[in-house]
Design a protein around this ligand. Structure first.
Ligand code: MN
Length: 753
C-alpha cells in the first residue's frame, strides 16, 4: 500500500516547476503591451512572492495552487485588457487571505495602491453566506461600492471566472452552490460592467453545472446543425461581402452563435422550442474605420445590407447615436433572408467591438503608460469630475455608475459580518439605531475597523462597526444634530419626550408641595400667573424648570394674598416685567420704531444674534430688561419671537440716511488654498470704510471656513464687500453669519424673581 509520501513522490516536481515557469512566461507574453522594465520586474517579484507563499498548497484538482493566480492574472491581461498593476494584484490576490503574507508585507513590497486593491479583494467574501438575508442587488452594489478602485471588482470577476472554469474537480454540492451564486451575483455584475464575453461564459458554465441535461441537449443540437447553419450564413453573407469589398471597406464578418445559456433563456421566456430560437441568426460586421468615420460608415454599410435584404423597420436599433448605459455601441437591424428567415445584422467599428467584448474599460485601455500616467485612474477621475459637476452632459453610463459607485447609500458591516445599508452621511448613532432602538439609546461610541470613534462619526463604505453601549447613557437634544436616518431621529425624539414628561411630572409634584407649604392654591389660574410672569411657553416647560431647580420657589411665600392667589405684580422683585409693560404701554400697536429717531424715549439696541444693518428688514422686540432690541426679520430667532410673543414685537424701520458703522458678521466657505487668507484680508483693506474687528479661519480636509466681523455702513455696503469675496478664486460661499438662539435663551434663564 502506498502512503502519502509515496504519492507525493510520484509527482514530478521538476516537471511541475517547468510548467509553472512556462505558464508565467505565457502570462508575460499576453500582457506585454506598453510595459516598462520596472513593471516587468514588479510582475516577476509578485510571481516569486506568490510562488513561495503558495508553495505547499494544491488545488482540489491536485495541481499546484500557483496555477490559479497565474490564470487569473492572464484573464485580467488577455480578456479584460488590464495593465500591470492588475496583473501584479491578480498574482497576489489569494496570498493575504490564505498564507502568512500580510497586507503590510504587500505594501512594503509593492506599494500602497497594490495593498489597497488586495485589501478590497480580501474583503469580498469567497462564498457568500446563504443565510444572510441580503438582496442580490445590494450585494452587487456593495461589491461595486466597497472599493473605490474598479480593478478590485474586475480581478474578483477574473478570479470567479477561473474558479468556474475549473469547477469540475469540486464536490457536487459545492459546484451547485458556487454556480448558483455566480449566476445570481457575478454574471449580472459582468453584464453591468459591459463584459459580454465573460458574462456569457459565466452563464454557460452555470447552466452546465446547474442543469446539465438541458445544457447537453442544446449543445448537441447546436453541433448537429452547425454545418447547415454555416452554409446558410455563407450564402447570406456572400453578396454583402462583395459589395463592401467593392466599396473599399476594410472589415471582418463574424457569424455570431448564440450562447447555450442565452438560447435556453429565450426558450423559457418565450415558451418556444430550440428550433425557433435557433432560427434567429445573427451576423456581425466589424469595420476598420477611423473614429470620426465610424458613424457614417456604419450607416453606409446599413444601406448596403438593406439594398440586398428587406429590413424589418421595427427592429432597427441605433446604439451608436445613443450608446447603452454600460457603454455598448452598435447599429442593429433585422433583415429577411431569401430563405424566409430573419437575420440580425450588427454593424460596428473595431473600437465598438472591443468595448462590446471587453467592456468600456477596454476603451480606456487600462494600461499604465510609460510615464506613470495611469489611464484607468484618469478614467475613474473623469467619472468623478462628471459627477461633481452635474450640469455637464454626462452619459447614461455615468449615471449608471453614480447609482452603483457613488450612490446615496453606504454599505457597512456588523462585527459578525452582516451587511447593513444606510444613507450616505449616516453616523455611528444611525447605525446603532438601525441595529436596535435600545442599542441606539444607550450608545456611547463605537469601534470602526477597530478604532474608537464618537457617536457623530460618519461611516464609510466597507466599515465594520462595533457599537459600545452603557447603561448610564441617555439621549440628549444634541444627538438630533448628528443622525440622518428618520428612524434614529424619531426614536431620539420619542425618548426625549418621554424624559421631559417624566421630569415635568416630578416638577409638578414639587410645585404642588411648595404651593401647599406656602398656602398657595394649586389652581390653573395661579399656574398661568406664574407661567406668564416668567414668559414660559407651556405648563410642561414650567414644571421642567421647577424640577431642574431653576426657580426660587421660596419667594412664593410672600407673593400671595389671603385667598391663596398669587399676586406677582405687586412684588418689587417683579420690576422687570413692569419695565416691559411700561414700554408696551407707551407703544401703540400701529407705531413704527424709526431707528435713529428718539422713539417715545425708549432705549433700543441691536440684537447680537443677527447684527442688523441699515437696509435690512427689521423688527423690534420688547425685552424684559434691555428695552427694545432690533432683529432682522430673517434672524434665526425671529420666528420664535413673533409666533410666541407677538404682543412684544413691534414694527421697525431704518431712518433713510444714517451714517454710522455697524458690525456685520460673515462666513466664507471654500477650498483651502495657499494664500486665500491673504486675498481675503486684502479685499477688506482695499474696500472703503471697512474695518475688520475679528477674523478666524479653520481648515479641515481641504475645506476652509472663515469667520469675519467687519464694520460697514449699511446693507448695500456689505453687499459690495460680499460680491468682492465671491469672485475670489477658491471661495465657494459667502453668507451672513448668525448665532442662533443666543439671546432668547439667555433672557429666559436670567429672568428670575
Ligand atoms: Mn482566487
Amino acid at each position: 500500500m502506498k502512503n502519502e509520501n509515496s504519492i507525493h513522490s510520484e509527482i514530478d516536481l521538476e516537471k511541475e516547476r517547468k510548467e509553472i515557469l512556462y505558464a508565467f512566461k505565457n502570462l508575460l507574453k499576453v500582457s506585454k503591451d506598453a510595459r516598462t522594465k520596472e513593471e516587468t520586474r514588479m510582475i516577476r517579484k509578485a510571481f516569486d512572492v506568490a510562488v513561495e507563499a503558495h508553495k505547499d498548497m494544491r488545488r482540489k484538482s491536485g495541481e499546484p495552487y500557483i496555477y490559479h493566480p497565474i490564470a487569473v492574472a492572464r484573464i485580467c491581461a488577455e480578456e479584460m485588457g488590464l495593465g500591470s498593476t492588475a496583473v501584479i494584484c491578480a498574482l497576489l490576490h489569494d496570498t493575504v487571505e490564505d498564507t502568512y503574507i500580510t497586507l503590510e508585507d504587500i505594501e512594503e513590497l509593492f506599494g500602497e495602491r497594490v495593498r489597497s486593491i488586495i485589501d478590497g479583494l480580501t474583503k469580498i467574501p469567497e462564498v457568500f453566506n446563504e443565510s444572510a438575508s441580503i438582496q442580490a442587488e445590494n450585494f452587487r452594489k456593495m461589491i461595486l461600492t466597497i472599493s473605490d478602485d474598479l480593478r478590485v471588482v474586475l480581478i474578483k470577476l477574473a478570479d470567479r471566472l477561473h474558479n468556474m472554469r475549473t469547477l469540475g474537480s469540486m464536490r457536487h454540492d459545492k459546484q451547485l452552490k458556487i454556480a448558483s451564486e455566480t449566476n445570481f451575483l457575478y454574471a449580472p455584475l459582468a453584464h453591468r460592467l459591459g463584459l459580454y464575453s465573460i458574462k456569457s461564459e459565466l452563464e454557460d458554465l452555470c447552466l452546465f453545472y446547474m442543469n446539465p441535461e438541458v445544457y447537453q441537449e442544446i449543445e448537441g443540437k447546436l453541433k448537429k446543425t452547425k454545418a447547415v447553419r454555416q452554409r446558410f450564413i455563407r450564402r447570406f453573407i456572400h453578396p454583402i461581402k462583395e459589395a463592401l469589398e467593392h466599396e473599399g471597406y476594410v472589415f471582418e464578418i463574424k457569424a455570431r452563435t448564440k450562447s447555450v445559456s442565452s438560447i435556453w433563456r429565450k426558450m423559457q421566456s418565450k415558451q418556444i422550442p430550440f428550433e425557433e430560437v435557433f432560427d434567429l441568426f445573427a451576423i456581425r460586421i466589424i469595420l476598420d474605420s477611423p473614429e470620426e468615420l465610424e458613424k457614417p460608415d456604419a450607416w453606409r454599410v446599413y444601406s448596403i445590407v438593406t439594398d440586398y435584404y428587406q429590413p424589418n423597420p421595427n427592429r432597427l436599433r441605433d446604439w451608436i447615436s445613443t450608446p447603452r448605459a454600460n457603454g455598448y455601441e452598435s447599429l442593429h437591424t433585422t433583415v429577411m433572408s431569401p430563405q424566409g428567415k430573419w437575420v440580425e445584422v450588427q454593424i460596428r467599428s473595431k473600437r465598438m467591438d472591443k468595448i462590446a467584448e471587453k467592456g468600456l474599460a477596454a476603451h480606456y485601455n487600462y494600461k499604465e503608460s510609460k510615464n506613470g500616467d495611469n489611464k484607468f485612474d484618469r478614467w475613474i477621475s473623469e467619472i468623478r469630475d462628471l459627477l461633481d459637476n452635474p450640469s455637464q452632459d454626462a452619459m447614461d453610463f455615468v449615471n449608471e455608475f453614480k447609482l452603483n459607485l457613488f450612490n446615496d447609500e453606504i454599505f457597512v458591516f456588523t462585527p459578525k459580518g452582516e451587511l447593513r445599508v444606510l444613507p450616505t452621511g449616516a453616523t455611528t448613532l444611525d447605525f446603532a439605531f438601525d441595529i436596535h432602538t435600545d442599542i441606539g439609546l444607550t450608545c456611547i461610541g463605537a469601534k470602526v475597523n477597530n478604532k474608537l470613534v464618537p457617536l457623530s462619526h460618519q461611516l464609510k463604505n466597507g466599515h465594520q462597526v462595533d457599537i459600545i453601549t452603557s447603561d448610564k447613557q441617555k439621549p440628549n437634544e444634541e444627538w438630533l444634530k448628528f443622525c440622518v436616518t428618520a428612524r434614529a431621529k424619531q426614536k431620539i425624539k420619542a425618548a426625549l419626550n418621554e424624559e421631559r414628561k417624566m421630569i415635568a411630572e416630578d416638577g409638578k409634584q414639587i410645585l404642588k408641595r411648595k404651593f401647599k407649604q406656602f398656602n398657595v392654591k394649586f389652581t390653573d389660574s395661579n399656574l398661568t400667573t406664574l407661567q406668564e410672569h416668567f414668559s414660559i411657553f407651556s405648563l410642561q416647560d414650567l414644571f421642567i424648570r421647577v424640577a431642574k431647580g431653576k426657580m426660587e420657589l421660596n419667594r412664593l411665600r410672600t407673593l400671595r394674598n389671603d385667598d391663596g392667589v398669587l399676586i406677582l405684580d405687586k412684588d418689587t422683585n417683579s420690576k422687570l416685567i413692569k419695565d416691559a409693560r411700561i414700554i408696551k404701554n407707551k407703544i401703540n400697536k400701529k407705531d413704527v420704531l424709526v431707528i435713529g429717531d428718539n422713539f417715545n424715549g425708549i432705549d433700543y439696541s441691536f440684537a447680537r444674534c443677527c447684527s442688523p444693518l441699515p437696509g435690512d428688514q427689521v423688527f423690534g422686540f420688547i425685552t424684559l430688561k434691555e428695552g427694545v432690541k432690533i432683529h432682522r426679520t430673517t434672524c434665526p430667532n425671529a420666528e420664535n419671537l413673533m409666533s410666541k410673543m407677538a404682543d412684544r414685537c413691534i414694527n421697525a424701520k431704518w431712518k433713510t440716511k444714517e451714517v454710522k458703522e455697524h458690525l456685520a458678521k460673515l462666513r466664507l466657505i471654500g477650498i483651502d488654498d495657499v494664500g486665500i487668507v491673504n486675498k481675503i484680508t486684502q479685499v477688506i483693506s482695499f474696500q472703503h470704510h471697512v474695518n475688520m474687528r475679528y477674523i478666524s479661519f479653520e481648515s479641515k480636509d481641504g475645506i476652509f471656513e472663515g469667520k469675519i466681523e467687519v464694520y460697514v455702513l449699511d446693507k448695500l455696503h456689505l453687499d459690495q464687500l460680499v460680491s468682492k469675496f465671491e469672485i475670489l478664486e477658491g471661495v465657494k460661499r459667502v453668507e451672513r453669519w448668525d448665532e442662533a438662539k443666543e439671546e432668547v435663551l439667555e433672557e429666559e434663564e436670567d429672568n428670575l424673581p
